[in-house]
Design a protein around this ligand. Structure first.
Ligand code: NAD
Length: 260
């Protein structure tokens, strides 16, 4: 098993991509903390892991609230004795033309992605440094960490920012064996995207099918959504990579939508 004896904290793990990563990490032997705002769904994910013979902890956490993050990470450390892997994944999407974004929406979106990544990283690093085992910090970026789309100003801005954060963590963490990476998925059919399809259709005056075909999947090489399985494979690679060779790197997993 690739993650035997490891401890992982996955934020936003009650749904979508984070949930799939958490379950896969547990199948590979990790003890996994499901950290999410949604307590009921987080409990359900933890129960599913335990029913399959794994070890899990459900932690209610708003990643934008410093106290909640610190208390949540402390609870994980108390339960598991340390943290080897952080997947900073909690996220949200709101779509508007830039001039229609309220400042509140801008702050909410950038805060979930950037403050959430900063606060969880800050809370985990001292434990990784002290353990002498180092660790792996994985940020859930997006193709929008590399490329822009209309209607997504705060999301694109925040996802680009995660690349910078990961590079700093890679440099500062190196002497302690802590690696940092960003996964940059294309569109994945999760509740986050399912909510966007009708919103974009309304804002752009298109049918939902057209939004899927001509906007979301237009630039892919096969007209396919990226899957939670695709993204989880990359998370597993970064989490289990045996050396520092990939630290600071971001990897686009998008069926060719964006190539670098
Ligand atoms: P999702 O809506 O299925 O899951 C997001 C989870 O984050 C939910 O469980 C939600 O409760 C949680 N969350 C939201 N705000 C939170 C907060 N403040 N504190 C703690 N938890 C919070 O979405 P998803 O598609 O699985 O997205 C996961 C990540 O992947 C996000 O960062 C998103 O930007 C990124 N991403 C998604 C896609 C896609 O197409 N679905 C593509 C690229 C990147």
């Amino acid at each position: 098993m690739k993650l035997q004896g490891k401890t992982a904290i996955v934020t936003g793990a009650a749904s979508g991509i984070g949930r799939h990563i958490a379950l896969a990490f547990a199948r590979e032997g990790a003890r996994v903390a499901i950290a999410d705002l949604d307590r009921t769904a987080a409990d359900a994910a933890a129960t599913e892991i335990e029913a399959a013979g794994g070890q899990a902890l459900s932690v209610t956490m708003d990643v934008t609230a410093e106290r909640a993050v610190n208390d949540g990470i402390d609870a994980c450390i108390a339960a598991f004795g340390g943290v080897d892997i952080l997947v900073s994944n909690a996220g949200l999407q709101i779509v508007h033309p830039l001039e229609e974004f309220s400042f509140e929406e801008w702050k909410r979106l950038t805060s979930i992605h950037l403050d959430g990544a900063f606060l969880t990283t800050k809370a985990c690093l001292p434990h990784m440094y002290r353990s002498g085992r180092g660790g792996s910090i994985i940020y859930m970026g997006s193709v929008h960490s590399k490329e822009a789309s209309v209607l997504k100003a705060p999301y694109v801005t925040a996802k680009h920012g995660l690349i910078g954060l990961a590079k700093v963590v890679a440099k500062e963490g190196a002497q302690h064996g802590v690696r940092a990476n960003v996964i940059c998925p294309g569109f994945v059919r999760t509740p986050l995207v399912d909510r966007q399809i009708p919103e974009q259709a309304r804002l752009l005056g298109l049918s939902e099918q057209t939004v899927i075909r001509d906007i979301m999947l237009k630039e892919t090489i096969d007209g396919q959504f990226t899957t939670v399985e695709d993204v989880t494979e990359v998370a597993m690679l970064f989490a289990s990579f045996p050396t520092n060779a990939l630290t600071g790197q971001s990897l686009i997993v998008s069926h060719g939508w964006h190539m670098q």
